[in-house]
Design a protein around this ligand. Sequence first.
Ligand code: MN
Length: 489
Amino acid sequence: MNINVLDTTLRDGEQTPGVSLTPQEKLRIATKLDEIGVEFIEAGSAITSEGERESIKQITKQGFNAEILSFSRPLTVDIDYCLECDVDAVNLVVPTSELHISDKLQTTKEKLIDLSNDAVDYCKDHGLIVELSAEDASRSDVDFLKSVYVNAIQHGVDRICVCDTVGILTPDSSFELFSQLRDLSVPISCHCHNDFGLAVANTLSAIKGGASEIHTTINGIGERAGNTSFEECVVSIDRLLDDYSTNIRINEIYDISKLVARLTGVYIQPNKAIVGENAFSHESGIHSDGIIKNSATYEPMTPELVGRKRKFVIGKHMGTHGLDNRLKELGLNVNDNQLKQICDDIKILADKGKTVTDVDLQVIADNVLEINHKDRIKLDEVTIVSGNKVMPTASVKISIDGEEILNAGVGLGPVDAAINAIKSLDIFQDIDLIEYHVDSITGGTDAFIDVIIKLQKGDKVVSARGTEADIINASVKAYIAGVNRLLSD
Ligand code: MN
């Protein structure tokens, strides 16, 4: 059975605290919603403001496939503004709980039914499609709720909606409530809020109970804890409910999620299902190993299904299998010993509380691959004396072709002094340092320092890098690595 989707990102979603979209931004989102296959787009609430009406008009002008709705109270003033915006339909919201009727509207049930019937008549007289949403339906007396719907249906309403306005349904009570309404003669939709984190679960239960339409917002944005999340709900229907499907192009879900996150400034938690940064990331060695052999071992769906890519995160839980895979992606082929050395170095870095990035991995791998060259020059020791009233002085112990040499030098700073101590030896005489560049790999004073240098000897130019927690060691290491490369054929 096909489930229709009404997306209310542009109305309920925009009611997220701190979110306000320009007409251009709303149009971009609406365009994408239409492309992805949403049947109904609630574009806003026409009564709200001139700007809001401008947004809705922009959207209704496009001739989208989707039906365009505006939110409306059961009042002619609201409906007139909807008509001005040339919407196809209204989401006519009628409160049905005792609490809303007596405390908010300060009216009676009888008067409310009259109000609702009159509004439906007015809409139908003006050619509007009407979805009647019972606000706070989940806290309403079921018999009264039914009588509101039955009256509306008699007045020609096209669809009805059950709103769990404060998100208090559970999967069981949601199923129960929809089952009691399933015999009504028009399609029923389900509008859930996520106050207890149950919006998606309750929406799925509503479908089982008889709902044929769901209300969602992209990334689940909305008032308070938000609404039923479009991506979670649509993918769940597709993957977990055997007899149901939607018309949504699931492989574009990640794109629309990113678009809405960017335009609203409401960023997605990393562990959010489907669209969170970590949803298809693997670090653990056992998991990565399983994934590489058969992705179904630790993924209930492929990342490609929702327009994403699998990611192996580099970290201390990563096994050699996943690491080898990542290195190959970076174009680095290593042997077993090198792989083990790289793995050990990553664990040292990770144990210091560092996030290991691709750049870190590249540098670590470079270092390990360097070590395995036959180097003519090896650094044994560097000692620095430095301070605010001392001429920076360095002494170095290096071996050249196995012969141990001690030397000293001074410089403008400790790095300069250390390089000078090495450079003054004969073997370095015709080597020029033409570039010196320092990067802190990660933030903090305990960051690893990445030094990249360029050296020249005659026509030959090489670059080399050194990565250490200590800037002097990193510089000397880079310098010697570069010289070794220049001296190798
Ligand atoms: Mn709502």
